[in-house]
Design a binder for this molecule. Structure first.
Ligand SMILES: Nc1ncnc2c1ncn2[C@@H]1O[C@H](COP(=O)(O)OP(=O)(O)OP(=O)(O)O)[C@@H](O)[C@H]1O
Ligand SMILES: C[C@H](N)[C@H](N)CCCCCC(=O)O
Ligand SMILES: [Mg+2]
Length: 238
């Protein structure tokens, strides 16, 4: 089964763009279980599900939050960006939160608690799942994303920057995943070339380096597909 979790050393490292590229390269579907930071993009009624006809299809996987589930990707969401960049089939988020904060805090501000136990990946042999931020981001004050990944036992791809600072960030993330028994498929770098940083993380972290996605001046579906073909091997994700 070609099912992967895309996590990273932190927020904004390039997980969504890499996830879209991987969907395009392998034909996988995409799922972002928890999206925070839709304030300003989505009317309140849409997020709370109060507006007629805005519910769409609910997965029912996490019936705990008010901010749930429309079957159409919302503008500004990672799901919408993956659709734009890959055309992949995408599953509705289980939890959508307004504030651009750690999910545990964004949820608290909406008066809801994320039911981490209820977060279960949709079926499908080819699936790319994107976390939120880095590996130790809290879903609640008790459960971190890495705990969720440990329960799922789906191989993780860690997206890492290439520049100064990445060695410690990347090795810390790898240790955190290993400490919880999360299977690591490999590391995907994002950014300008830095061969020694990439090799050092691969060697000391004892992880496979899958490739490096360069910064794309024009980020569109065709350019991303070409960059993925040029810099990754589809057979590494079979
Ligand atoms: N290869 C790339 N070429 C050009 N721009 C990129 C590339 N990768 C990422 N970006 C840009 O960098 C920003 C952050 O990338 P992205 O949204 O993928 O981060 P993320 O790790 O998914 O963040 P989050 O934690 O919010 O989910 C976005 O504006 C994105 O368009
Ligand atoms: C809102 C943002 N774009 C992400 N989706 C959430 C990032 C959470 C980071 C939490 C942290 O590590 O401090
Ligand atoms: Mg993202």
């Amino acid at each position: 089964m070609a099912r992967f979790v895309i996590t990273g050393t932190g927020t904004d490292v390039g997980k969504t763009v890499f996830a879209a590229g991987l969907c395009g390269l392998t034909g996988a579907a995409y799922w972002k279980p928890v999206q925070s930071g839709l304030a300003g993009n989505v009317p309140n009624a849409a997020l709370t599900g109060d507006a007629p006809g805005q519910h769409g299809t609910c997965t029912g996987r996490t019936p705990t939050t008010r901010g749930r589930l429309m079957d159409v990707a919302q503008p500004g969401s990672d799901r919408a960006e993956v659709e734009r960049l890959s055309g992949a089939l995408t599953h509705p988020e289980a939890v959508m939160l307004r504030e651009p904060l750690s999910p545990h805090r964004a949820a608290e501000l909406e008066g809801v608690e994320i039911d981490a136990e209820a977060l279960t990946p949709p079926p499908g042999a080819r699936l790319v799942i994107e976390g939120a931020g880095g590996v130790l981001v809290p879903l609640t004050r008790q459960v971190l994303f890495a705990d969720l990944f440990a329960r799922w036992q789906i191989p993780v791809i860690l997206v890492c920057a290439t520049g100064l600072g990445t060695i410690s960030h990347s090795l810390s993330a790898i240790e955190s995943l290993r400490a919880r028994g999360v299977p690591i498929h490999g590391v995907a770098f994002a950014g300008d070339p830095n061969g020694d940083n990439m090799a050092t993380i691969g060697q000391i972290g004892r992880v496979r380096v899958l490739g490096r996605l360069p910064h794309l001046a024009r980020l569109d579906r065709a350019a991303l597909a070409q960059a993925m073909r040029d810099n990754f091997r589809a057979e590494d994700f079979a």
